[in-house]
Design a protein around this ligand. Structure first.
Ligand code: SAH
Ligand code: SF4
Ligand code: F3S
Length: 464
């Protein structure tokens, strides 16, 4: 059942008219999965598959899964239960429905998925998406396939680029994965196991993809990586580049007006990257920099390899480089051994930094990670209580940040029509949706607007 051949993607055959099959892709987890789902959709389009939003129409259902917390991973099995029923009903009508599982659950659980959910036809890990057409061909031949080996060939070289019209349809903002995998091994985290070790895409590949995006009308690109600021590569004139240099290069591409990157690790924020925040107007003043905890004891147990002081000093340096930068972060409460005093240290750090937004999670023990084996697991009740207290603090800061925008003039990238007639929705430099009058500008325009009032997580504005 396992597949071990190292093949390259087959030549794409023209598809006979009327033969279009439909694929429904459901994406869980992080932005890298969003990007991967697009690339898989592009690979399938080259095979004649048309994407559909209606699962009932699909000939192929592909779940792009996330393994980060237990809840995320378990969601997949309940979804598979529903699709299995659909597949059984289909079988009676004679129309085939194939079921595929991709993403981090696929990588972590492999053949176990088919044992638990026998209706699944194929399991494919994130490193082998370029083989999807070939895997599908074999599945249609009646095999069940588990494809979770780390490929030696570069999947990005083999994945087809989307058509210009497809990029345009996806909007004026886009993701671009520049780095994959993680070598940090935080003791709570599955990513080093599901995504493998750190790999950086070459400069030329990234520049070419960014140029294609810009030519199709994309104005804002977010560079992605599990450890995006660990990205490094050989520069265009030789010499080693870090993410700061790459951002300077990408800012030169005509049409690309805004750049972002996520997610960063505090240990990889080097001087050049901090300087890019000072020197590069296109680099948006918003930084997601997870710290997880404010207690040095817990940070050590998490193998973060930085202290709370290191993190705070780093933020001081970043703010000195770019005064209007807004900070965002991730926090875990209830890591094994976390005492009330440790948790208080986290609250103190949050008060100290003042976040524009933050994601807060209850620790979820993950099979195979060192954290799961540690002593001192914290009870659900205590985790719940800490989560609530932390969320209350973070919400207060977020509301304060948004309230502080009223009366200010800010730049907004117009992204799409609003939900109400007569409105368009833009995006602020700090990622909030900005509601403006329809006539304020066209989609893709970057305009100055004055904030008149705020919603729970959005801004209302008039032309400045
Ligand atoms: N590469 C990123 C984060 C990837 S996972 C980084 O290093 O920051 C996104 C977030 O999920 C993490 O920042 C962490 O806060 C949370 N997370 C990861 N594993 C978790 C676990 N086992 N339980 C709870 N939250 C977890
Ligand atoms: Fe996970 Fe830590 Fe790597 Fe982030 S740096 S992906 S939290 S192991
Ligand atoms: Fe989830 Fe994998 Fe992303 S575990 S958070 S989908 S890297």
């Amino acid at each position: 059942m396992e597949s071990h051949d190292i093949g390259t993607a087959p030549e794409h055959q023209p598809v006979p008219a009327g033969a279009a099959k439909k694929v429904f892709v459901k994406t869980y987890g992080c932005q890298m999965n969003v990007y991967d789902s697009q690339r898989m959709t592009d690979a399938l389009a080259a095979e004649g598959y048309v994407a559909t939003d209606a699962v009932e129409d699909a000939d192929l259902v592909l779940l792009n899964t996330c393994h980060i917390r237990e809840k995320a991973a378990e969601k997949v099995y309940s979804e598979l239960g529903r699709i299995r029923d659909m597949k059984a009903e289909r079988a009676e009508t004679g129309r085939e429905l194939l079921i595929g599982v991709a993403g981090c659950v696929a990588q972590a659980e492999g053949a176990e998925i088919i044992r638990r959910a026998p209706a699944v036809d194929l399991v494919i890990g994130p490193q082998t998406y370029h083989r999807l057409p070939d895997v599908l061909a074999r599945v249609r031949g009646g095999q069940k396939i588990v494809e979770t080996d780390y490929a030696i060939e570069d999947k990005f070289e083999h994945l087809p680029q989307p058509k210009r019209a497809e990029v345009a349809k996806r909007g004026v903002t886009a993701f671009l994965t520049v780095q994959e995998g993680c070598d940090k091994f935080c003791t709570f985290c599955v990513v080093p196991y599901t995504r493998g070790s750190e790999v950086s895409r070459p400069v030329a590949q990234i520049v070419a993809e960014a140029e294609r995006l810009a030519e199709a009308g994309v104005r804002e690109v977010t560079l992605l990586g599990q450890n995006v600021n660990a990205w490094h590569g050989e520069g265009e004139n030789g010499g080693e580049w870090g993410l700061g240099r790459l951002l300077l290069r990408l800012a030169k591409i005509p049409g690309l007006a805004r750049l972002r990157y996520t997610t960063s690790h505090p240990r990889d924020m080097d001087d050049e990257l901090i300087a890019a925040h000072r020197d590069l107007p296109a680099l948006m003043p918003y930084l997601h920099l997870p710290v997880q905890s404010g207690s040095d004891r817990i940070l050590k147990a998490m193998n973060r390899r930085h202290t709370a002081r290191d993190y705070l000093t780093l933020i001081d340096r970043i703010r000195a480089a770019r005064g209007d930068i807004a900070m965002s972060g991730d926090f875990i409460v209830g890591f094994p051994g976390e005492t009330d005093a440790d948790f208080e240290a986290t609250l103190k750090l949050v008060r100290n930094v003042s976040y524009a937004s933050a994601f807060t999670f209850k620790y979820s023990p993950r099979p195979g990670t060192p954290g799961a084996e540690m002593d001192g697991h914290v009870s659900e009740a205590v985790k719940d209580e800490r989560l609530q207290r932390l969320q209350a603090l973070v919400n207060e800061q977020q509301q304060g940040f948004i309230a502080g925008m009223v009366g200010r003039t800010i730049s907004t990238l117009i992204e799409k029509p609003g939900r109400r007639p007569g409105q368009k929705v833009g995006r602020s430099p700090w990622l909030q949706p900005v509601i403006v009058d329809d006539k304020a500008g066209g989609i893709g325009d970057i305009i100055d607007v004055r904030i008149t009032k705020t919603g729970p997580n959005s801004l209302f504005a008039e032309l400045a």
